[in-house]
Design a protein around this ligand. Structure first.
Ligand SMILES: Cc1cc2nc3c(=O)[nH]c(=O)nc-3n(C[C@H](O)[C@H](O)[C@H](O)COP(=O)(O)O)c2cc1C
Length: 371
C-alpha cells in the first residue's frame, strides 16, 4: 500500500485522484471497457472515436450517424462502469465528422475531449462563439511542439474568447500516429524531456491573462511510476498520458491476440511506417507492414473517406481497415500500433494492478530522491 500519493490532476473544475490519463486508442482498442475501468480507479479513461461506428450493425449505410450513435452508447457505458469517474473522448481533427463527434461528446455526458492529429482552429459547426465559450466539456488539444501550443492558445483567445483547459504534449516515443517528421523521431531535441518544459513555459502568459491553471500532460514513452515521477520533477508536467501499458490489460477492448502481440514483441521489432493519412506511425513488425513497405498493395474499397486528408487514390492500404483487422485479432492481416516500449510488456494485468504498480514505482522514486 503506497503512503506517498501521486498528486491529483486538476483540469478546470474536474479532479482526477490519479494524474494518469489513458490515451485514446483507435480503432477499437480503447472503448468503454478500458476507459470505464481506468476512470473507476481514479485516472481519466478515454474512448477513441476513430472507426467507432464499426460497432454498429448498419455502419455502411450512414457511417457518420453510426459513429455518433456508437460514441453516445460508449460514453454512457463507460460512465456507468466508472461509477462517477472521469471519462474522456479522443477525436482526431483529421476525422471527417470531428465537429459532430465533439457535439455528441458534449451532449452525452463525457467530461473531456482530447483533440489530436492536427491543429484545432475551428469550432464545431452551428456552435456560436458564446456557446463554445460555455461548453461544459473540457477541451484539451494534443500537440507535439511549443509552437503548436502557442498557436492554438493564441487563436482561441482571439477568436473564441477562451482557451483550452489543458494540453497534452505527445513526444516521438508514443504509439499510433506520431506528429514528427521521420528524421526527428530519434533526435533528442524532440524528446518529451525538452518539449514538455518548453510547453509549460509557453503557457505562462495564457495562465496569467485568463487567471487559470493550464495543466500540461506529458505523453509518449512513459512506462513506469519512476517515469511519472520524472515527468513531474524534471519536466514540470501536471499529469501523464499513457497508451501502450493500457493495451496489456484485461479490460482493454482489443482482441486477446492484439494484447498477446505486445507480450510477444521483442526489442527491435517495432517499425515506423508511412500511414496513408500523411503521418508516420509506430507499429509491431509483421507480414502486413513488410508487404506494404515492399510495395505490395493491399486491396480495399473506400466506403467513406473517414480521414479527411487520406490519400485514397495512391494509398497502398486502408489504415482504418488495417487497424480494425488487428484489433479484431487478425494479427498478420493488419497494423498493430504500439509505443516504443511495447517490447517491455511481459504480461497482461488488470487495470487496478497496473495503477497500483505505477503508484508504488512513483513512491519508490520519491523515496530515492529524498533519501
Ligand atoms: C494502439 C494505439 C492506438 C492509438 N490510437 C490513437 C488514436 O486513435 N488517437 C490518438 O490521438 N492517439 C492514439 N494513440 C496514442 C495514445 O493516445 C497515447 O498518446 C500514446 O500511446 C502515449 O504513448 P505510449 O504508448 O508510449 O504510452 C494510440 C496509441 C496506441 C498504442
Amino acid at each position: 500500500m503506497s503512503t506517498i500519493n501521486m498528486p491529483e490532476l486538476r483540469i478546470d473544475d474536474l479532479t482526477a485522484r490519479i494524474p494518469v490519463v489513458q490515451g485514446g486508442m483507435g480503432v477499437g482498442i480503447s472503448l468503454s471497457g478500458l476507459a470505464g475501468a481506468v476512470a473507476k480507479e481514479g485516472g481519466i479513461g478515454t474512448i477513441a472515436t476513430a472507426g467507432i461506428g464499426r460497432l454498429e450493425p448498419n455502419f455502411i449505410e450512414d457511417v457518420s450517424a453510426a459513429n455518433n450513435r456508437a460514441l453516445a452508447k460508449e460514453i454512457k457505458r463507460a460512465k456507468e462502469i466508472s461509477g462517477g469517474g472521469l471519462v474522456g473522448v479522443n477525436i482526431m481533427l483529421a476525422l471527417s465528422d470531428y465537429g459532430e463527434l465533439i457535439l455528441t461528446s458534449e451532449n452525452s455526458g463525457a467530461d473531456i475531449v482530447f483533440l489530436s492529429a492536427g491543429l484545432p482552429l475551428t469550432r464545431p459547426c452551428n456552435v456560436s462563439v458564446e456557446e463554445f465559450q460555455n461548453f461544459r466539456i473540457k477541451m484539451v488539444p494534443k500537440i507535439s511542439s511549443a509552437r503548436a501550443a502557442k498557436l492554438i492558445f493564441t487563436y482561441w483567445a482571439k477568436n473564441f474568447k477562451r482557451i483550452p483547459d489543458a494540453v497534452v504534449v505527445e513526444g516521438p516515443m508514443a504509439g499510433g500516429h506520431i506528429g514528427f517528421k521521420k528524421p526527428d523521431i530519434d533526435d533528442p531535441d524532440f524528446s518529451i524531456q525538452k518539449l514538455v518544459p518548453a510547453v509549460v513555459e509557453a503557457m505562462i502568459p495564457f495562465r496569467e491573462k485568463f487567471g487559470k491553471d493550464i495543466p500540461v500532460i506529458a505523453a509518449g514513452g512513459i512506462y513506469t511510476g519512476e517515469d511519472i515521477f520524472e515527468a513531474f520533477e524534471t519536466m514540470n508536467a501536471s499529469g501523464v498520458m499513457m497508451g501502450t501499458r493500457f493495451v496489456a490489460t484485461d479490460e482493454c477492448d482489443a482482441h486477446p491476440n492484439f494484447k498477446q502481440a505486445y507480450v510477444d514483441c521483442k526489442e527491435g521489432e517495432l517499425r515506423i511506417i508511412d500511414s496513408p493519412v500523411g503521418l508516420p506511425g509506430r507499429a509491431i513488425l509483421n507480414q502486413y507492414i513488410s508487404d506494404v513497405a515492399n510495395g505490395i498493395k493491399k486491396p480495399y474499397t473506400c466506403m467513406y473517406q473517414c480521414i479527411r486528408n487520406c490519400d485514397i487514390k495512391n494509398a497502398r492500404y486502408c489504415i482504418a481497415l488495417a487497424l480494425t483487422d488487428a484489433a479484431k485479432g487478425h494479427m498478420q492481416d493488419g497494423v498493430t500500433f504500439a509505443g516504443s516500449n511495447a517490447w517491455r510488456v511481459d504480461r497482461i494485468m488488470a487495470v487496478k494492478e497496473l495503477l497500483d504498480e505505477l503508484k508504488s514505482g512513483y513512491e519508490q522514486a520519491v523515496l530515492a530522491a529524498t533519501t
